[in-house]
Ligand binder design. Structure first.
Ligand code: SF4
Length: 160
């Protein structure tokens, strides 16, 4: 049963197929012209309604039972110079996390291969940096290329 919502039926939630620029995988269009009032309407939705409407849109546009298996590795843990009180990676607090340098590329690639062998199609690399240096990014870019060469998709989260 479709939820009765002016947002949903007016197309405002329907990110595929309404007045944007970017193409979805299924040929629809991703909107890029969201208004503040529309964002507020999302924000104030009851959580269960938000989940239901999200599921409805997902089911219209994708295989509802397809799951992407992904693996995440912390390639540089802890020791971050930022002072985020909630984060176990911050060097400002005694969190019990042992700070490490950026992992050896061969070890990262081996971990990605193991993840692939276990069925992962995506490999994400996380690093605790406040502001990575160019040389750090060069190394991460090389890792992205190497992992793509394994036939996997990649993504990164490199600090905040
Ligand atoms: S910048 Fe990111 S990694 Fe560093 S302490 Fe803050 S949240 Fe943690």
């Amino acid at each position: 049963m479709e939820v009765s919502s002016p947002l949903l039926h007016g197309g405002l939630y329907d990110f595929c197929g309404v007045g944007g620029r970017e193409r979805c995988r299924n040929g629809g269009v991703v909107r890029g012209n969201w208004q503040r009032s529309e964002a507020e309407a999302f924000y104030y939705l009851p959580f269960a309604d938000l989940i239901f409407q999200s599921q409805s849109i997902h089911r219209r546009n994708f295989d509802p039972n397809h799951l992407e298996a992904a693996s995440l590795l912390s390639i540089k843990t802890g020791g971050c110079s930022e002072d985020c009180g909630y984060c176990s990676q911050s060097a400002h607090y005694d969190t019990g996390v042992k700070a490490t340098r950026l992992m050896d590329p061969d070890d990262v690639i081996a971990a990605a291969q193991r993840a692939k062998d276990c069925g992962a199609v995506r490999f994400c690399m996380a690093a605790a940096w406040l502001s990575p240096e160019d040389r750090d990014l060069d190394q991460v870019c090389n890792l992205v290329g190497a992992i793509k060469n394994l036939g996997m998709e990649t993504c990164v989260t490199l600090g905040c």
